[in-house]
Design a protein around this ligand. Structure first.
Ligand SMILES: *Cc1c(COP(=O)(O)O)cnc(C)c1O
Length: 398
């Protein structure tokens, strides 16, 4: 087997339009979002308008990170200290971290083999806990049946906030991910769908919620300079009772994001071409199980996940090592110790320990891989065949 030599952590270089936009801001020296001239719309405000339009939301706030957007969303939604927040048992550490930052207690919900929240467990835990909040994590870009989910949210009168770090641009039956509840939270960290190093976007149609979020983000009394914000009278009601928790986005990052947003749809097509290339090879590989994708789901294949059902921990480590030896970097979510970005609920010791037997069973056989746009479609076929080769060598029990 010929090894693969590409880098799994190398995103695409930023193009001349991005460099020109960044240079213009740097030459002006006006990097702070409120450092704008009279009547001038800052880049941060321009980004808020552009992203609100893309998302089809009334309001948008640009902020420091996706994790920050989730934490202030919970606060702006009225989360009380020590209150319970339902969330997926399988997600990235910033999600339980945002709940902790906002003073909440995470109640973890099982996932299914399609890597989405288990709606029956959600229904059960919403009923028994009496929780008011669901921070839904569309982890690795997998969307649950959103119509059924919204029915459960409505039945239990839950406030729904969506973590869309991997579903920027994704949709369910034509409706954008992030628009099913009170708010959507997005990340513009380098490994997500737009790249400003770090950054976050929060969207909502609710005026009072968004006014609170804007003040929380550190707007001081300059909120009228925002690009996609509710009117000043909404702020009048809440501006003095809402704390400033500094986490603004600056104009440099906003300037870098605007040209990328303009070609996001094109990037999505390119990710999905690559995703389908790997998926097609793996679909024909013995012992490999791919998560289901509903016809209603428009996904963004910026990463791919698959399972080797029944694999032992020792063989899972050997499988990761065999792929690594051939240049393919896989993450395994079943590892006892957290590695780099990858951890599971057992290592979130600030959360009360919870039994999630189904999630544990799924994670013990779950592998994950990034698909940066620096890979060609041919690269993706090559990578798929390396994985299939290693799976056959390991001889994972089906
Ligand atoms: C990256 C990520 C986040 C947080 O984004 P940051 O901008 O890095 O804070 C939240 N949820 C998931 C699932 C993520 O992958």
């Amino acid at each position: 087997m010929k090894p693969f030599t590409g880098s799994f952590t190398q995103q695409e270089a930023l193009d001349d339009a991005v460099i020109a936009a960044a240079t213009e801001i740097l030459r002006s020296g006006r990097l702070h979002r409120y450092n704008s001239g009279p009547g001038e719309l800052s880049k941060a405000s321009e980004l808020e308008q552009a992203y609100a339009a893309y998302q089809g939301a009334r309001y948008c706030l640009a902020c420091a990170s996706g994790g920050y957007a989730m934490a202030i969303a919970l606060r702006a939604a009225g989360l009380g200290q020590g209150e319970t927040v339902l969330t997926n048992g399988f997600t990235l550490a910033p999600v339980p971290g945002a709940i902790a930052a906002a003073g909440g207690k995470a109640l973890l919900v099982e996932i299914t083999e399609d890597l989405v929240i288990d709606l029956e467990d959600l229904d059960r835990k919403a009923a028994t806990s009496g929780a008011r909040f669901l921070l839904l994590s569309n982890m690795r870009g997998h969307l649950a049946d959103m119509e059924r989910l919204v029915a459960i949210v409505t039945k239990h009168d839950l406030i729904l906030i969506e973590d869309c770090a991997h579903t920027m641009g994704a949709a369910w039956n034509g409706r954008k991910s992030g628009s099913f509840g009170l708010a959507g939270c997005f990340s513009t960290q380098t490994y997500k769908h737009l790249n400003s190093g770090e950054g976050g976007l929060l969207t909502s149609d609710d005026p009072e919620f968004m006014a609170r979020a804007i003040i929380l983000s550190g707007s001081y009394m300059l909120y009228e300079r925002h690009g996609a914000a509710p009117s000043a009278d909404v702020f009048e009601r809440i501006r003095l009772e809402t704390p400033n928790m500094s986490g603004r986005m600056d104009n440099l990052r906003a300037a870098v994001l605007l040209p990328q947003l303009a070609r996001l749809e094109d990037s999505i097509e390119r990710w999905n071409e690559r995703y389908r290339a790997v998926e097609q090879v793996l679909a024909g590989a013995d012992g490999v199980a791919l998560p289901g994708r509903a016809a209603a789901e428009r996904y963004v294949g910026s990463s791919i996940q698959f399972r080797l059902p029944g694999i032992s921990p020792a063989l899972a480590s050997a499988f990761v090592a065999a792929n690594k030896a051939l240049g393919v970097e896989l993450k395994w979510f079943g590892a006892a110790e957290p590695v780099a970005f990858t951890s599971n609920h057992h290592s979130w010791r600030y959360v009360d320990p919870q039994a999630l037997p189904e999630t544990d069973r799924i994670l013990s056989s779950l592998f994950d891989m990034r698909l940066p746009l620096t890979f060609s479609v041919e690269d993706c076929c090559h990578i798929g065949s390396i994985i299939a080769h290693c799976a056959a060598e390991i001889g994972a029990p089906a």
